[in-house]
Ligand binder design. Structure first.
Ligand code: ATP
Length: 350
């Protein structure tokens, strides 16, 4: 294995026992989490689970009721936003509408120059650094436009440029792709991953989209109702979800679940194999019979929703496998190694 697999990176950000209440809403109910240095950490979870509140706390825009927050080993719980080496990109990008692209991107540096005449960046340095990030993000030809004259994807890149031009050690992105259409989202995901590699900074991104989370994260944190449900390598979370919530939240179509003798058996739709009554069932494999209720064509195959003895399940059929129609009977086997078992409390069983 690579050295990075053996020696975990030291945490860049650590939250320990962090709670936050808004009125009667317990937004964070004792959060413990670590963001490995240099990682692209994605915090994902259903709406209202506390993702944005965590990001705002790391940025210093909100404070915990109790618990501690460390950045690069320092306890910054009581430190103001301006005293943390952190930049945040907001969901709506929050660009200044009356300023050009160049003005928006250079704003923070110009402010620094004004406040720290001696140590702040000079005019030439500002121009050079703005030029550098504009080249990195392909904004060279848009410097004199105002935000209203830009597409959604271009606005997002300006917001990113404005954040990274300050060269923060830690970059926070709150739902950075939510304003983009699906096609732009795919290229923006790749862009953010590239940016992360090239900058070498720690990046924390918040999203409610599990696909975005799985495809971008080097470190994934799944939240549920104000606590961390599971964290780790995305592949590990997908293959060994610690409970039913993580199991069904990650992956589409979602994991099928069957109640059998007090145990809940889970399998991912793509792990099922169509079988006939003549086929034998491999040892330890799971077998379920159903009747096809509806089919969805996906281009390279189909998703068949079936009614079984203990509820509905979805089967993924690939090109070349037998084509299913509503009313057909479906027999599915799932290899033992692809089965997940959960106890009555939803926790994964060994
Ligand atoms: P979403 O994906 O919808 O943005 P989220 O996971 O980011 O959700 P948060 O914005 O962190 O969730 O909110 C967590 C909980 O705290 C929610 O129940 C929300 O209604 C509540 N909350 C957040 N900010 C405030 C506030 N300023 N006043 C009152 N309640 C708040």
């Amino acid at each position: 294995s690579r050295p990075s697999d053996r020696t975990p990176a030291p945490p860049h950000v650590e939250l320990a026992g962090v709670t936050r209440t808004f009125g009667t809403t317990l937004a964070l109910a004792g959060v413990d989490l670590a963001v490995p240095a240099g990682s692209l950490t994605v915090i994902v979870g259903p709406s209202g689970c506390g993702k944005s509140t965590i990001l705002r706390m790391i940025a210093g825009l909100d404070a915990p009721d109790s618990g501690t927050l460390r950045i690069a080993g320092d306890d910054v719980t009581a430190r103001a936003a301006g005293e943390r080496d952190v930049a945040m990109v907001f969901q709506d990008y929050a660009l200044f509408p009356h300023m050009t692209v160049e003005g928006n991107i250079s704003f923070g540096l110009r402010l620094q120059a004004r406040h720290h005449r001696r140590s702040g960046p000079g005019r030439d340095e500002i121009r050079a650094r703005v030029g550098e990030v504009c080249a990195l993000l392909g904004l060279d030809n848009l410097l004199h436009r105002r935000p209203a004259q830009l597409s959604g994807g271009q606005r997002q890149r300006v917001a990113l440029a404005r954040a990274i031009v300050r060269r923060p050690a830690l970059l926070l992105l709150d739902e950075p792709l939510s304003a983009l259409d699906p096609q732009l989202r795919a290229s923006a995901r790749a862009e953010i991953r590239r940016l992360h590699r090239e900058l070498g900074t720690t990046l924390v991104l918040v999203t409610h989209d599990q696909h975005e989370a799985l495809s971008m994260a080097t470190h994934l944190i799944v939240m549920d109702q104000g606590t961390v449900a599971q964290s780790g390598n995305p592949g590990e979370l997908y293959r060994h979800p610690c409970n039913e919530l993580v199991a069904t939240f990650l992956g589409t179509p979602r994991m099928n679940l069957h109640d059998r003798d007090g145990v809940r058996i889970g399998w991912r739709p793509a792990d099922g194999r169509s079988a006939t009554h003549r086929d034998g069932v491999p040892p330890g494999a799971f077998l379920v019979d159903g009747v096809v209720e509806s089919c969805e064509f996906t281009g390279d195959g189909q998703h068949a929703r079936c009614a079984g003895p203990d509820g509905t399940f979805v089967l993924v059929q690939r090109e070349g496998e037998s084509w299913l129609e509503p009313g057909d009977t479906a027999r599915v086997t799932v290899p033992a190694a692809r089965l997940h078992r959960f106890g009555p409390d939803g926790r994964r069983l060994p």
